[in-house]
Design a protein around this ligand. Structure first.
Ligand SMILES: Cc1cc2nc3c(=O)[nH]c(=O)nc-3n(C[C@H](O)[C@H](O)[C@H](O)COP(=O)(O)OP(=O)(O)OC[C@H]3O[C@@H](n4cnc5c(N)ncnc54)[C@H](O)[C@@H]3O)c2cc1C
Length: 393
């Protein structure tokens, strides 16, 4: 097993916090409980039932950094004590109108200001669907003709992206764009690439996401590298496996078209590691953020860096995990001197619920996720008990 030093992994956690986390992951191991819990939570929110206390003290406290930037800053400092940096993520999802998009946009601008005053925050992230309607991204991705109203709406979306990317460049930060479903992704990829061309002349201020469960992403990465290389600007990618597998399969089946996602986990793993290898071989042009909880992929990246004589803290190689998950990877890598950044979602708890539900579902559905967290916590509690017992002898 890789990354099993639980003393380092949980150095920042009290016994009480660990026991609470244990109970949380134990619940998330049970798919029925998660299904029923999610339905009850959605119902409670709709009927304005008093569930704030329980949500805040459980999933919110574990997976989110706080309700606002001031709250989140405490977590930023706590992680920084262990050499772990933060990716600020205003995790308010599911906006569907102009006032919602504007709110997410303004919050993202504020977080860039906040991050520029804090060296512990090198990255800010946003979701394309936070800045404009999904239907618009989809229509553009499908090559549809926009009406004058839609064209004006799209101009507004592009202006938001432009302002965010420019501000990131001016403040020497990197703004990462999350990837979502394939049917909106072409519009997103084209827009990010345009921003890269414009703002990545001196450093990687704009970074896209590659979902390696997609059959076409390795070829896409290589093609984008060729363009950037000949035009002389920098590119950067957060490399992930991909989070929307079920929805992609369901849509492909409904439309009777080919599923864009690899048909096996092995194929996804192979492409993931190949993309990481390709980037490491071209670090003069491409920056890497390896967003994964897969211990073997992190281990392989470490090995690759060592074999190529790349410094552990090379400014273009980052490992990334989500807050509240896989501290064994994050803390051990940071302790060893590698660059690590955790995604720190924050926002008013009610608005962060869709993000929290996705985390709970992922822990239930991704094979072995919760059981690995549980076995690590169990091992650490056992280790601490045995130290206490020995000190009493
Ligand atoms: C920092 C960070 C940022 C992220 N940002 C994004 C993002 O912007 N967009 C996004 O979509 N996801 C994002 N994710 C989630 C990510 O895509 C994965 O869903 C999640 O991390 C689990 O994959 P893994 O590499 O950690 O681990 P693993 O447990 O090794 O892999 C699980 C993943 O493998 C793939 N998989 C599983 N079974 C199969 C199968 N039968 N056939 C093909 N593939 C299969 C799926 O992608 C699944 O999620 C992010 C994750 C992290 C840690």
């Amino acid at each position: 097993m890789y990354f099993d030093n639980t003393e380092i992994a949980f150095a920042s956690q009290s016994d009480y916090a660990l026991k609470k986390a244990y109970l949380l992951f134990k619940c998330m191991e049970n798919p029925v409980l998660i299904r029923v819990g999610t339905a009850l939570l959605n119902g409670a929110l709709k009927w304005h039932l008093p569930v704030a206390g329980i949500v805040k003290k459980t999933v919110f406290q574990h997976f989110a950094a706080g309700a606002d930037l001031a709250d989140a800053l405490q977590t930023v400092h706590k992680l920084a004590r262990y050499r772990i940096r933060s990716v600020m993520d205003y995790a308010v999802e599911g906006q569907s109108d102009e006032s919602g998009f504007e709110r997410v946009f303004q919050a993202t601008l504020s977080v860039i200001d906040f991050a520029s005053a804090n060296r512990e925050i090198p990255f800010v992230v946003f979701k394309p669907s936070g800045f404009g309607p999904l239907a618009l991204y989809r229509k553009i991705s499908e090559g549809g003709q926009l009406s004058p109203v839609e064209a004006a709406e799209w101009e507004c979306v592009v202006a938001r992206w432009d302002q965010i990317c420019r501000k990131a460049r001016e403040n020497h930060l990197t703004v990462m764009v999350d990837a979502e479903e394939t049917w909106i992704q072409k519009a997103v990829d084209d827009l990010v690439f345009k921003m890269m061309k414009k703002y990545n002349r001196h450093h990687c201020a704009v970074c896209n996401t590659l979902q390696m469960y997609r059959k076409d992403r390795l070829a896409y990465l290589k093609a984008r590298f060729e363009i950037a290389e000949s035009a002389g600007f920098f590119i950067g990618y957060k490399v992930v496996r991909g989070a929307y597998m079920e929805r992609e399969a369901a849509r492909a089946a409904a439309l009777g078209c080919e599923n864009p996602i690899h048909l096996s986990k092995e194929a996804t793993d192979r492409d993931y590691d190949a993309a990481v290898d390709f980037i490491v071989d071209h670090l003069d042009r491409i920056s890497l953020f390896a967003g994964t909880h897969n211990e073997r992929s992190c281990y392989l990246l470490k090995q690759k860096m060592q074999a190529r004589g790349i410094a552990k803290d090379h400014h273009k190689v980052w490992f990334g995990q989500l807050y509240g998950m896989r501290d064994n990877i994050s803390f051990e890598l940071a302790h060893a001197g590698y660059n690590v950044a955790k995604y720190l979602p924050y926002g008013p708890w009610r608005d962060v619920v869709p993000y929290l539900i996705r985390r709970a579902r992922e822990n239930t559905s991704v094979k072995g996720q919760s059981s690995r967290e549980l076995s690590l916590i169990r091992a650490e509690l056992r280790r601490r008990r045995s130290i206490k017992n020995n000190s009493h002898v």
